[in-house]
Design a protein around this ligand. Structure first.
Ligand code: COA
Length: 179
């Protein structure tokens, strides 16, 4: 099925929030506590209000694209200034394609839209964080040329959860090396 990648603004916050919640529930079922996922649409970091604020935050520039097919919105990417890894200026913060639309090139198209925008905005090199157990996404990022550059752990639903950072350094040399 053909698709389009569309830049969206704050008014699309309800669509982006719905795609994000659906993506989390599909991807992390069985890995993140059920009650956390069930209440995700009301969580202060996931609800529509949080997306509206994030997408309109003048203090932290960000860009969002939605993938749309004939059957509606099926994925999105949200990218922004990188603030936590020295040497990297842009971050892909969320990239989700609904399961029914995976494997059709939409993830790559969203990734390309984000990296092209970050680069045009002077925000290369680009990095992102991915949950360590998310082997599918890690294989995808590796396929797209990403290299492991760092690791950390953060609190997710009360559980210390390891994450891996992937980077696409402009000159081919990671600025931060994985331990
Ligand atoms: C990971 C994800 C974004 C990939 O999007 P997608 O639309 O399914 O991927 P594409 O069809 O664009 O694939 C691009 C390339 O990556 C490869 N690829 C995609 N998923 C892969 C996987 N799980 N394992 C290995 N390779 C994979 C494809 O084979 C393709 O390679 P090709 O061009 O040589 O054929 C999507 O599967 C997804 O949203 N997953 C759930 C949410 C998630 O984990 N998001 C990331 C959170 S950090």
């Amino acid at each position: 099925m053909s698709f389009r990648i569309l830049p969206v603004g704050q008014s699309a916050a309800p669509i982006v929030a719905a795609l994000s919640v659906a993506g989390w529930r599909e991807t992390y079922a069985g890995r993140v506590p059920d009650d956390y996922l069930a209440a995700l649409d009301r969580h202060p970091k996931h609800d529509v209000a949080s997306w509206r604020a994030r997408m309109g935050d003048a203090g932290r520039p960000s860009w969002t694209y939605v993938a749309e097919r004939g059957d509606g919105p099926v994925g999105f990417v949200h990218c922004r200034a990188c603030e936590d890894l020295p040497g990297y200026r842009g971050e892909i913060w969320r990239l989700y394609v609904l399961r029914r639309a995976q494997g059709e090139g939409i993830g790559r198209a969203l990734f390309d839209a984000a990296t092209a925008t970050l680069t045009a905005q002077g925000r290369a090199p680009v990095m992102l964080w991915v949950l360590e157990f998310n082997w599918g996404a890690r294989a995808f990022y590796k396929k797209l040329g990403g290299r492991e550059i760092a690791r950390h752990s953060f609190d997710l639903a009360g559980v210390p959860t390891p994450e891996v950072a992937y980077g696409w350094p402009a000159d081919g040399t990671p600025a931060v090396r994985a331990p």
